[in-house]
Design a protein around this ligand. Sequence first.
Ligand SMILES: Nc1nc2c(ncn2[C@@H]2O[C@H](COP(=O)(O)OP(=O)(O)OP(=O)(O)O)[C@@H](O)[C@H]2O)c(=O)[nH]1
Ligand SMILES: [Mg+2]
Length: 357
Amino acid sequence: MKIKKIRAKNFSDALAQVKKELGSDAVILSSEDRKGTRPYVEVTAGVDYDIETGIASAPSRQLLPSVSGPDEYVEIRNELRNLKDYIEAMKDSGFELKLHGERKNLFNFLKERSIKDEYALNLVKRARDISDIETIMSDDLNIERQSRSQQCAHGSISSDHNREIKMLIGPTGSGKTTTLAKLASRAIREGKKVAFISIDTYKIGAAEQIRIYSRMIGIPLDIVSDRDGLRKSISRLSDRDVLLVDTTGQNPRDTKYIDKLKALYEMHLPLETQLLLSTSSDCEFLMDTYKYYNSLPIDYVAFTKTDEAVKLGSIYNLCSLYQKPVAYITTGQRVPGNIEFVDSRKLTNLILRTGSA
Ligand SMILES: Nc1nc2c(ncn2[C@@H]2O[C@H](COP(=O)(O)OP(=O)(O)OP(=O)(O)O)[C@@H](O)[C@H]2O)c(=O)[nH]1
Ligand SMILES: [Mg+2]
């Protein structure tokens, strides 16, 4: 498909230009009225080409190189995949064009909250008004939390423990240690016996911050350096109802870091894994980051720094794509406090409340 943006004084001039430049088979993909001192119309139009004959514009010809070896096949496959994605996106933008009135407003409203186009379209297709959107989003976010027995069956929780052992993972600075202190304070308030374990495999002194919290809160802290140490620590702290395991954040794009985390699960320890992601990062970054953690058995995601976030649509994008339940959100630096255990309805309200700047 050849795509072209055309600007003209008005829509009929733009159409005439499209016909002249792309021919009468061209289709209008989008059009916008640009206001200002010199208003104009911007039209995006496209024309298909015949993939069999390869009759196409110059850039598209690059999609059909002559094949002489396996590398070329890979290249062609990648190009075709790109082309497929592109066509899918075009299909959606066609749908967007068909939106009018209330549905168009709803679509824009969702986009302003950084709900991705394809999810916004999907929501709008299923809803008549904002109250429908709230109900549908809330249903979509009501992702089943696996019961402990299911988790045991899947191997993410071992059956011989009634204790809670929560391990927090996530990128550097996403709020793991601070959140552990909040969780510890809360569990203590509920009358539970709590301890911290820190897996300090990366930075010397990385455990210092949690040591301060353990003194402040008055609970034991074990610092371990590998999975064997973790196993021993879990059995040594057998009198504790809740064990909170801290890990050092690193760049998830570093495969060695992910492999180290993976190694922890090979021991089939009774760990519940919570992935902490900061909502102060932009949506694309969050979605991309999640991909790198996706090879680990994540039980829950938790969203931190919602107090700093301008938009929270990324929560919907991420949870609906990966079908992960949200454990809680954190709303500030204060310990204890600034942590909220939200249900899907409350989460939906938060997402819809935050909007364009
Ligand atoms: N605004 C805001 N800041 C937070 C929140 N949670 C944590 N922080 C701050 O974020 C910074 C990093 O928090 P940490 O708990 O050290 O993050 P971490 O994930 O343990 O970091 P690493 O151990 O280096 O990977 C600190 O300054 C915290 O006070 C939150 O909900 N809102
Ligand atoms: Mg930390």
